[in-house]
Write a new protein. Structure first.
Length: 449
């Protein structure tokens, strides 16, 4: 009994010693023990118990048995090794294997923020290939050509409308409305610009953005971008304000003012004689008056004077159409749309940008009251008409417009060209989307019927 207990105690002690040894030592010991056991079993199986050790089998069978025994030994050793690794991982970490405490950071907040931002910022995507850039350029060129080609098509559509209106009036039909009168005038101006524009569009298409940026006056009205139209009006407004300030300080102009007593009444202060009042001013003053009305200033004083006279005659006719001619329809023809209202004010030397539409409308209505023979107003003479805008113009709050133009002038040509191309593409996509929606609406109506 004592011997049995001693053997059992020795077995338990050896087991505990095997578990506490390192992974490599345990692996080697178990591998050796298992190999001896397998080899002993192989030997007993091969020679038989009580055998003399002489071979009983052929050499081929003996080799196969040895290979099988070696394979079993290797597999058993591998399983033992994996069990020992699992036991090692399940043990608690010793103080030596504990992770070392982090040292206090010496990085500044700015460095930490920079590292965080650099880590959170996605890596830049690769540059586009040459074929992709070529496709984008080709698509942009197509949009550019479509936009301006549609503008040319609109000119021909307007030509058809103008022909129908003129034929109706010539046949003694309904008189011209102000919208039709403006359409005829605008169409004639577009037809004068069309030959040069077609040459640029068909021959020098790559120079078209430069024309849009530097010479927008060469473009027909149907080919002007909305943002470009706003910039044109802002530039004209700055020139008009500068001309207004110069004319207010000119003694010859002061002698011709005031034309009206106040901007809200209907009483004329003084009438200029029917003789040409413009002949009494110098050529420099004529140029400033032409700038007030957004007219061209090239040529001599005689050419500028003829331009002014022709423009004033047009304003007289347009004012008569705006007035309505009767008490019931008075002022109904004054434009309500912001673009048409700004255009009418700019043509008369009045403020057209940087103010509320209501103020533009009231100023334009005051102009019409003084230039038409209505029952509650007194018509001023034609020689006094060029100086009426000097009393109705509002020069306040021009700093924002000047600042915007200065910022625009400081931008590079490439950036401006990119803006033009982007806006052309956006406008053409709007047109295509609108046409597609109209087409789908028509198809749905046909299906419902």
């Amino acid at each position: 009994m004592q011997a049995t207990r001693a053997l059992r105690g020795a077995s338990r002690a050896s087991s505990r010693q095997l578990a506490s040894t390192s992974s490599n030592a345990a692996s080697r010991s178990s591998m050796a023990t298992y190999a001896n056991t397998v080899l002993a079993h192989s030997s007993s199986t091969r020679f038989g118990p009580g055998s003399t050790g002489l071979p009983q089998l052929s050499d081929t069978e003996a080799a196969l048995r040895r290979q099988r025994a070696l394979f079993q030994a290797v597999r058993g050793l591998h399983q033992t090794h994996m069990l020992l690794r699992a036991a090692d991982k399940s043990r608690t970490l010793t103080p030596a294997s504990q992770p070392a405490p982090k040292a206090p950071s010496t990085k500044t907040p700015a460095t930490t923020a920079a590292q965080t931002s650099s880590a959170s910022t996605p890596a830049p995507t690769g540059q586009k290939s040459l074929s992709e850039r070529a496709k984008e350029l080709w698509a942009t060129a197509k949009y550019l050509f479509k936009f301006y080609f549609n503008g040319v098509k609109q000119i021909w559509a307007n030509r058809t409308k103008v022909g129908e209106v003129e034929a109706r009036v010539k046949a003694g039909g309904e008189a011209l409305t102000r919208e039709e009168f403006q359409l005829i005038r605008t169409h004639k101006a577009d037809m004068r610009k069309l030959p040069l524009f077609l040459f640029i569009l068909l021959i020098l298409e790559e120079a078209l953005p430069l024309v849009v940026i530097w010479a927008p006056s060469l473009l027909p009205s149907t080919c002007v971008l909305p943002s470009q139209l706003t910039k044109i009006r802002m530039a004209d407004e700055v020139k008009r304000a500068e001309a207004y300030n110069k004319l207010q300080e000119t003694p010859a102009i002061k002698a011709l003012l005031p034309v009206i007593k106040d901007a809200v009444g209907s009483e004329v202060a003084q009438q200029q004689p029917e003789s040409d009042a413009l002949s009494a001013v110098s050529s420099e003053e004529l140029v400033q008056i032409a700038k007030m009305y957004s007219l061209a200033t090239w040529g001599g004083s005689s050419m500028v004077r003829r331009r002014l006279e022709s423009h004033l005659a047009y304003l007289r006719e347009d004012d008569a159409m705006m007035s309505g001619g009767g008490s019931d329809s008075r002022y109904r023809s004054i434009p309500q749309h912001i673009d048409a209202l700004a255009k009418a004010c700019s043509e008369r030397g009045l403020r057209s940008t940087g103010i509320e539409p209501k103020e533009m409308f009231e100023t334009l209505r005051t102009w019409v009251r003084f230039t038409t023979a209505l029952p509650d107003s007194k018509q001023i003479s034609t020689p006094s008409l060029p100086f009426l805008s000097l009393q109705l113009y509002n020069p306040a709050q021009l700093a924002d417009i000047k600042s915007s133009l200065e910022q625009e002038s400081q931008r590079g040509l490439i950036d401006k060209t990119k803006d033009v191309l982007r806006e052309v593409v956006a406008e053409e996509k709007k047109v295509l989307s609108r046409d597609e929606s109209a087409k789908l609406e028509v198809e749905s109506k046909h299906q419902q019927q």
